[in-house]
Design a protein around this ligand. Structure first.
Ligand code: HEC
Ligand code: HEC
Length: 431
C-alpha cells in the first residue's frame, strides 16, 4: 500500500513542474476543479472553497460568521466543528510533522491542521494528508466513506465539469474500480456504515483517494493559491517602497515586538520568499470564543461551554509514542502564515483570527500581544473581543498551562507602534 502511494508521489513530482505565470499545470487544474466541486460533499453543497475563499485569502468569507462563532456549518445543517477555517493557501509548504530539541526541550514542527494531526507521514506531504480530512469529516463535507469521493470524481455528474480528469493525470487504471452495488445510494446517507469487503477494490479506492488529495495539494502549491505577489514580496524584490508607517511596522515586527521570532520574515538561505511562520507550536493564552457554536453541539460535545481545545496536546495524547509529552503541549497551536491575513476584511465584514476566531481585528490581536499581561482579567472568561477592548481587560486563557510569557504579553508598544504593525501586516496581501 505504502509503495503505491510513493509511486504516486513520484508521479506527482514529475507532472507538477510549474509552467509560466499564473498558468496551472494539468494536475493543478484538476486540483482546482476538485477544490470547487460541491458534489464531493454529502448534500452536494459544500466544496472546499466555501470555507477557503479567494476573496478572503482562502479563509472563511462570511463576515457575519467571522464576526461571531467564526466556525462554518458543515454540509449537514446544524453541524459545526470546533475551529475556524485558517487560510488553505501556502499551507502545502509546511514540512512533515516532526520534533527537534531546543535548549533541552522538545519542539514540534510542521504538519497540517492547527494541531499538526495531518502529519504527512502517509505520503510524505502534510497537505495531501490534510486534503483527505474534510471529505470524510462529519462536521464538514460529511461523506461516509472514501469510496464515495472516489466514485464521484471518477464519474462526475457532468463530464464537462472536469476539463482534466483523474485518469488524465494518474493513469487510465486509476478509476478501474468495481464499486460495490448500491454504493451511490449509501453515500447519500451520512450515517451509512460502508465497508469494502474486496481487498483489491479497497486498495484501489485508497490509491485513487490519495491521488485526489495529491491533486488538491498540487493546486494549493500553484501560482494561483501561492502567489507571492504581495507588496511585501515586491518590497523584498526592490520593486516597491513601504510607507513610513509600514516601514516602522516592519522594524518593530523584526525587533521590539518580537513577531518575527515565530512569523519569520526576510528571504531564506537560497532566496526563498518568507512564509511568515516557522511552523512551530505555541500557546499564546488566547481566550475562549464565547460564540463558538460547538459549545451547543451536545451530540459531539458533551462538555458544553466547559469544552476546551487543547490543540497539539490533544493530538499527541492519541499517539502511542508522543503521548507522554502531551501535557507539555496543551494549548499550543501551529504558528500560522500571516500571508493574506487581512485580505478581504472590512469593518462590516471582518475576518476572524486564532484557532477559535476569538479576535475579529488585527488591532485587537496586536493589542493582545502588547498588553496581555498588563490589563487586568475581565469579570468573566467569556467576554468577546470588542467588549474586552472597550473595558481594557482580557478574559482568562482557554488553556492556562504552557502559556508563552517570554515573547509576548508586555511589549511596551505605543498605540502608534501598534498601528504601524497592523499597517505592515496589510502589506502581506497578494495582488
Ligand atoms: C466546513 C468548512 C470547511 C471545508 C468545507 C473545508 N475546510 Fe479546510 N479547514 C477548515 C477548518 C475549520 C480547518 C482547521 C481545522 C483544524 O485545524 O482542526 C481547516 C484546515 C485546512 C487546511 C490546513 C491549514 C493549515 O495551516 O494547516 C487546509 C490546507 C485546508 N483546510 C484545505 C481544505 C480542502 C482542500 C478542502 C476540501 C477538500 C477543505 N479544506 C474543506 C474548514 C473547512
Ligand atoms: C511565540 C511565537 C509567536 C510570536 C512571537 C508571535 N506570534 Fe503571532 N501567532 C503565533 C501562534 C502560535 C498563533 C496562532 C495561535 C492560535 O491559533 O491560538 C499566532 C497567530 C497570529 C495571528 C492570527 C493569524 C490567523 O490567521 O489567525 C496574527 C495576526 C499574528 N499572530 C500576528 C503576530 C504579531 C503582529 C506578532 C508580534 C507582535 C506576533 N504574531 C508574534 C505565534 C507567535
Amino acid at each position: 500500500m505504502r509503495d503505491s502511494r510513493l509511486i504516486l508521489l513520484a508521479l506527482l513530482v514529475c507532472v507538477a513542474v510549474p509552467v509560466r505565470g499564473d498558468d496551472l499545470t494539468p494536475v493543478q487544474t484538476l486540483g482546482k476543479t476538485l477544490f470547487y466541486d460541491g458534489s464531493l460533499s454529502l448534500n452536494g453543497d459544500q466544496p472546499c472553497v466555501t470555507c477557503h475563499s479567494p476573496t478572503t485569502g482562502y479563509s472563511g468569507p462570511d463576515g457575519v460568521v467571522n464576526g461571531s462563532g467564526a466556525v462554518y456549518e458543515g454540509s449537514v445543517p446544524g453541524r459545526f466543528g470546533n475551529r475556524r477555517p485558517p487560510t488553505a493557501a501556502y499551507a502545502a509548504q509546511a514540512p512533515v510533522f516532526h520534533h527537534t530539541f531546543e535548549d533541552g526541550e522538545v519542539l514540534f514542527v510542521g504538519g497540517a491542521f492547527l494541531d499538526g494531526r495531518a502529519t504527512g507521514h502517509l505520503v510524505g506531504n502534510a497537505a495531501a494528508d490534510q486534503a483527505e480530512g474534510p471529505f470524510l469529516n462529519p462536521l464538514e463535507m460529511a461523506l461516509p466513506h472514501a469510496a464515495c469521493v472516489v466514485q464521484r470524481v471518477c464519474n462526475p455528474e457532468s463530464p464537462d465539469l472536469y476539463p482534466v480528469k483523474l485518469t488524465d493525470i494518474w493513469g487510465g487504471d486509476i478509476c478501474a474500480i468495481s464499486f460495490p452495488e448500491g454504493l451511490a445510494a449509501q453515500c447519500a446517507d451520512a450515517n451509512a456504515e460502508i465497508t469494502i469487503e474486496d481487498e483489491d477494490t479497497a486498495d484501489r479506492i485508497s490509491v485513487a483517494f490519495t491521488a485526489i488529495a495529491q491533486s488538491l495539494a498540487a493546486y494549493e502549491m500553484s501560482p494561483e493559491m501561492a502567489r507571492y505577489s504581495s507588496k511585501y514580496d515586491q518590497y523584498l524584490d526592490g520593486e516597491a517602497v513601504l510607507t513610513a508607517q509600514e516601514d516602522l511596522g516592519r522594524e518593530l515586527f523584526e525587533g521590539k515586538a518580537l513577531c518575527s521570532q515565530c512569523h519569520v520574515t526576510g528571504r531564506g538561505p537560497n532566496g526563498e520568499p518568507p512564509l511568515l511562520t516557522d511552523y512551530t507550536y505555541d500557546n499564546l493564552g488566547v481566550p475562549r470564543n464565547p460564540d463558538l457554536p460547538y459549545y451547543a453541539m451536545a451530540a459531539v460535545n458533551p462538555d458544553g461551554t466547559d469544552y476546551i481545545d487543547r490543540g497539539l496536546g490533544d493530538f499527541l495524547r492519541k499517539d502511542p509514542i508522543y503521548d507522554v509529552l502531551a501535557g507539555g503541549q496543551d494549548g499550543k497551536f501551529k504558528v500560522p502564515t500571516l500571508r493574506n491575513v487581512s485580505a478581504g476584511a472590512t469593518p462590516e465584514a471582518p475576518r476572524s483570527y486564532m484557532h477559535n476566531g476569538y479576535f475579529k481585528t488585527l488591532e485587537g490581536v496586536v493589542k493582545f500581544y502588547n498588553l496581555r499581561d498588563v490589563w487586568p482579567r475581565c469579570a468573566s472568561d467569556l467576554v468577546p473581543e470588542a467588549d474586552a477592548l472597550a473595558q481594557h481587560c482580557w478574559p482568562g486563557p482557554e488553556v492556562a498551562a504552557n502559556v508563552n510569557g517570554d515573547e509576548l504579553g508586555d511589549l511596551k508598544l505605543t498605540e502608534d507602534e501598534e498601528l504601524a504593525l497592523v499597517a505592515f501586516m496589510k502589506t502581506f496581501t497578494d495582488q
